[in-house]
Design a protein around this ligand. Structure first.
Ligand SMILES: O=P(O)(O)OC[C@H](O)CO
Length: 420
C-alpha cells in the first residue's frame, strides 16, 4: 500500500514539474535570408510592425558612459520628478549606489510623487531589506518580480532583466547598468565595470512607460495611466526610435528576431559589444553568412575580468567557427565590459537590457530600444572604436592553442548554455 502511495506521489510531482517546464510553442528555426538593408524603408517597416510598438520620430538619445555619467544623470532626473517615477531593474544590491537611489526615490515619494519600483526578486537578493523598508515607509510602492513560491517554480527561471526608468512619463533611461557599486567610476580598474546607459527624450518614452506597465500589471494587477504617466510628449530631436519588449509569457521571440533580422539586413558592418555572448545556431549562421557576403563583423567581448567563468567557457566554444568564418573577435582588457550594443551599417543602433545569449532571447523579460539615425550610429561607432582601443584581438591561432583543460570544460558547460 505504501509503495503505491509513494509511487503515486512521485508521479504527481513529476507531472507537476513537467507541466511547469513544458514550452509547447515553436521557436524560430530557419535562417532569415538577406533582403532589404537597414537603410531600406522596407526593413524599418518590417521591424516596426514585427517587434511591437512602431517607430516614432522626434526623439533625442544621449549616451551616458560608465557610472560617473550614468548615476548622476539618473539621480538628478529622479530628484527633479514632479508627478511619477517608474523604475524597473534587474540588479539592485546594497551599497553606496543602492543607498543613493533609495534616498532619492524616498525623498520624492515623501514629496508626493507617485513612485513605483519593480525589482527582480533574484536580481535583488543582495539588497538589504532596510532599503526596501525605507522606500516603502516613504510612500513608494516597491514590488518584487516573481518571488520564489511553491506554485511558481516554472517561472523561477524567467526573470525581469529590463532596465527602465521613466520620469513624469516623458524622460526615459535604459541600457546595461545595474544598481550596485561595481558600476561606479569610469572603468578605471577591475573593481569598476565598463557600461553604458542612455537618456531619452521624445515620444518614444511613452513606449518605455508601456514596457514598464507590462510587468507592473503582471506583478500588481494594476495599470499606471493618466497624464502623470502618459503625458503628451513634444518632439525633442530628429531620431526615429522604438522600444520593444520580450517575455516568455508573450513576444518571447522579439529579441532573437530583432538580432536575426538586423544581421541578415547588414550590408557593410556589424559592430557588437556583448557582455554575455552565447549565441545559438541561427545567430552563428547569420553572422557567418554576413561575413560571406563581405560584411565586416567585429565582436567585442569581456576578457579575463568577466564575472562569469561559465559564460566565458560556453562563449569561447563558439569562437573557433566564427574566427574561421572571418568574424573579428576582441577581448576588453581593463575590467568587466557589461555593454549591450549593436550597430549595423553605421545606421541602426540597438541598446537596452538584452544580452547576446539564449537566456535573453528565450527566458528573460527584456526591453531594448532601436534607434535609426546616422549621426547617433556614427557616435556609437566612435564609442565602439574607443572600447576597441582597450581590447586585444583574439585570433584563430590562439583559439586552436587553448589548453586541453579549457576544451574539456567547454564541452561540459555547453549542454547548459541556454540557462547561462
Ligand atoms: O544580467 P545583466 O546583464 O544585467 O548583468 C548582471 C550581472 O551578471 C551581475 O553579476
Amino acid at each position: 500500500m505504501s509503495i503505491i502511495l509513494v509511487t503515486s506521489l512521485l508521479t504527481l510531482v513529476a507531472i507537476v514539474v513537467a507541466m511547469n517546464f513544458a514550452t509547447p510553442e515553436k521557436k524560430l528555426e530557419r535562417r532569415i535570408e538577406h533582403g532589404s538593408t537597414v537603410r531600406d524603408p522596407q526593413f524599418r517597416r518590417e521591424m516596426s510592425v514585427m517587434l511591437g510598438p512602431g517607430l516614432l520620430p522626434g526623439n533625442h538619445v544621449r549616451d551616458l558612459q560608465n557610472g560617473d555619467d550614468i548615476f548622476p544623470a539618473m539621480l538628478d532626473a529622479i530628484r527633479a520628478a514632479e508627478r511619477s517615477i517608474n523604475f524597473e531593474t534587474y540588479i539592485y544590491w546594497s551599497g553606496d549606489v543602492g543607498r543613493q537611489f533609495a534616498d532619492a526615490l524616498s525623498e520624492r515619494a515623501r514629496a508626493g510623487v507617485q513612485v513605483s519600483v519593480l525589482l527582480d526578486w533574484l536580481g535583488s537578493v543582495k539588497m538589504d531589506d532596510a532599503l526596501l523598508r525605507q522606500m516603502t515607509e516613504a510612500g513608494a510602492q516597491v514590488e518584487k518580480y516573481r518571488p520564489l513560491k511553491w506554485y511558481n517554480l516554472g517561472r523561477i527561471n524567467n526573470r525581469t532583466h529590463r532596465k527602465i526608468l521613466v520620469i513624469d512619463g516623458k524622460l526615459g533611461f535604459t541600457g546595461g547598468v545595474g544598481i550596485a557599486d561595481q558600476w561606479n567610476g569610469h572603468a578605471q580598474d577591475a573593481d569598476h565595470w565598463r557600461d553604458m546607459h542612455f537618456r531619452v527624450d521624445g515620444p518614444v518614452v511613452a513606449q518605455f512607460q508601456a514596457a514598464f506597465n507590462d510587468n507592473w500589471i503582471k506583478s500588481t494587477g494594476k495599470v499606471l495611466n493618466g497624464p502623470g504617466h502618459f503625458p503628451s510628449i513634444p518632439p525633442a530631436g530628429d531620431m526615429d526610435a522604438h522600444m520593444f519588449i520580450a517575455s516568455p509569457a508573450g513576444g518571447s521571440e522579439s529579441m532573437h528576431l530583432m538580432y536575426l533580422m538586423s544581421i541578415a539586413a547588414s550590408a557593410e558592418s556589424i559592430d557588437l559589444e556583448a557582455a554575455y555572448f552565447v549565441p545559438d545556431a541561427l545567430i552563428l549562421q547569420a553572422l557567418l553568412a554576413a561575413c560571406r557576403r563581405g560584411v565586416r563583423v567585429r565582436v567585442l567581448l569581456p576578457g579575463r575580468h568577466i564575472d562569469s567563468a561559465t559564460v566565458r567557457l560556453a562563449s569561447r566554444a563558439h569562437w573557433g567557427e566564427l574566427l574561421r568564418g572571418g568574424v573579428e573577435v576582441y577581448e576588453y582588457q581593463p575590467t568587466m565590459m557589461h555593454n549591450k550594443l549593436l550597430v549595423v551599417d553605421r545606421t541602426m543602433v540597438s541598446v537596452g537590457s538584452t544580452n547576446f545569449d539564449v537566456r535573453s532571447f528565450r527566458l528573460n523579460d527584456e526591453a531594448s530600444m532601436n534607434v535609426y539615425d546616422r549621426a547617433f550610429a556614427l557616435r556609437m561607432t566612435a564609442v565602439f572604436e574607443d572600447d576597441l582601443a582597450h581590447a586585444v584581438r583574439y585570433t584563430w591561432d590562439m583559439w586552436r592553442a587553448r589548453p586541453l583543460r579549457e576544451k574539456v570544460l567547454e564541452a561540459l558547460v555547453l549542454p547548459f548554455k541556454s540557462q547561462l
